[in-house]
Design a protein around this ligand. Structure first.
Ligand code: EPU
Length: 426
């Protein structure tokens, strides 16, 4: 089984460069289908979820030319299939974006129920409710979602209020509404940086989206979108993960190619934990020499503390003096990583939406298993700070969302390797 092997206890020092955002790529790459021609997307992270998205695009008939260094030219002129294959679509969460874009451009689409990390219930009723409000018919049979608009019609603009703040449904309906007839207003919309990035991409391709980053997004539908070029926003969560790694292991790490305002909420929590943070135009520097202090956090949609940083900060809390409390308000099953960290000597308990962590001065190396993407990141962070050697298996979860995490960590002084055995059970 492939695994990370980490020898802990080394301080981290130096510079790390952040890649484009996974969750922006997740919607923008399917979004290229809205364009009946060619476009170029830059700063694409080299992660397995992106490879899967390229595979789906190619299966549908798109031509994808990836240069291996973050830039892809995608030509969706020749789309010939409107059905995402079960084998590919069920392996990732973001496959549901193909429903919105195929429906908007061709009036019809099918995709398996989305997969992705197991974080508890992950319904997509808000996506489907939005498609229906725009005149689509929706059915689910044999784990397949089918959507269509009656022959000869297009999606129609609608006024849609989400029952909860949802990143995925906000993005899916922004995509679909860009080629709808008339205006769509999305209320109670999510405000994450990748929502603003999706609007930037759509507008760069000739769409008319306003209000992204506020709780009301307005999309005036167009007949067609033209091609163009777009560069993805830096990954807020990848940056936050290296901030947490530096905080846990100690040392001084400059995290480059970021938008510091996207990281404010993470910086604020780390400062409370006795971590020094300085900022430049496109970097943040994280420095920690004294003992970490406990803190309390509640995860919230942006601009609140991101749920996708909760496990990584949880790992830092395992080393902080005092009792920290985490309230997780987005995903019900996001504390399982604490069971693995307890193998390293961490003291934590959880129930319902709350976890309580009593920090230890030291953790010790252990064998762990990544149970999802950010859980795996949390285990890596704890292992970097621990005495002795740790092994983390199920690394496929981590490779889903972090570009070259071993190379980037080794570049700032970590002792981390991937041992590939050729035998997979992931
Ligand atoms: N929800 C519904 N119905 C829906 C949609 C969402 O009840 O139709 C609920 C969910 O169950 C959840 C909450 O609303 O409790 C928020 O879900 P959201 O739709 O915002 O999440 P998502 O779009 O499925 C994306 C990211 C996640 C990230 C969340 C929240 C992608 C591919 N995934 O998921 O990323 O945690 O937004 O920010 O963009 C990760 O990167 O590790 C990750 C899990």
């Amino acid at each position: 089984m492939d695994r990370f092997v980490i020898k802990g206890g080394r301080r981290l020092n130096g510079e790390v460069h952040i890649s484009g955002a996974k969750n922006a790529a997740a919607s923008i790459l399917p979004g290229t289908i809205l364009i009946g021609g060619r476009c170029t997307i830059k700063n694409i992270p080299d992660i397995s979820d992106v490879k899967l998205t390229f595979d789906i695009l190619e299966h549908l008939g798109a031509s994808v030319r990836y240069d291996g260094a973050g830039e892809a030219e995608v030509d969706c002129t020749g789309i010939s299939s409107l059905e995402v294959p079960s084998r590919l679509g069920s392996m990732m969460r973001a496959s549901h974006f193909f429903l919105g874009v195929l429906l908007a451009r061709f009036g019809k689409a099918a995709s398996p129920l989305p997969g992705g990390c197991d974080l508890g219930e992950r319904p997509i009723d808000q996506h489907l409710k939005g498609f229906e409000a725009m005149g689509a018919e929706v059915s689910i049979d044999n784990e397949y979602i089918r959507v269509f608009v009656p022959e000869g019609r297009r999606l129609k603009g609608a006024d849609i209020t989400f029952d909860m703040v949802t990143v995925g449904a906000t993005m899916n309906l922004m995509l679909a509404a860009s080629l709808a007839e008339g205006t769509t207003v999305l209320r109670n919309a999510a405000k994450e940086p990748h929502i603003v990035d999706l609007a930037g991409f759509l507008n760069a391709m000739g769409a008319d989206v306003s209000g992204a980053g506020t709780d009301t997004v307005t999309i005036r539908g167009c007949e067609s979108l033209r091609g163009g070029e777009y560069s993805l926003v830096p990954d807020q969560i990848e940056a936050g993960t290296y901030m947490a790694a530096a905080a846990a292991a100690g040392g001084t790490v400059r995290i480059c190619d970021v938008i510091p305002s996207h990281l404010e909420c993470i910086s604020e929590v780390l400062r409370r934990m006795n971590v020094e943070i300085t900022e430049g135009d496109d970097w943040v520097e994280v420095s920690r020499s004294g003992r970490l202090r406990a803190a309390d956090i509640t995860t919230m949609p942006y601009p609140g503390f991101p749920t996708d940083m909760q496990p990584q900060i949880g790992a830092v809390m395992c080393l902080a003096e005092g009792k920290s409390t985490i309230v997780e308000s987005v995903w019900s099953e996001r504390f399982r990583y604490l069971d693995e960290l307890s193998l390293m000597g961490a003291e934590a308990s959880y129930g319902g939406d709350t976890a309580v962590i009593t920090g230890k001065e030291k953790l010790h190396g252990a064998k762990m298993s990544a149970c999802d993407l950010r859980a795996g990141a949390a285990m890596i962070i704890a292992a970097l700070a621990a005495d002795g050697t740790s092994e983390i298996c199920n690394i496929g979860f981590v490779e889903r969302g972090y570009q070259d995490i071993t190379g980037k960590l080794a570049g700032i002084g970590a002792e981390i390797d991937i041992v590939r055995s050729g035998y997979h059970n992931e």
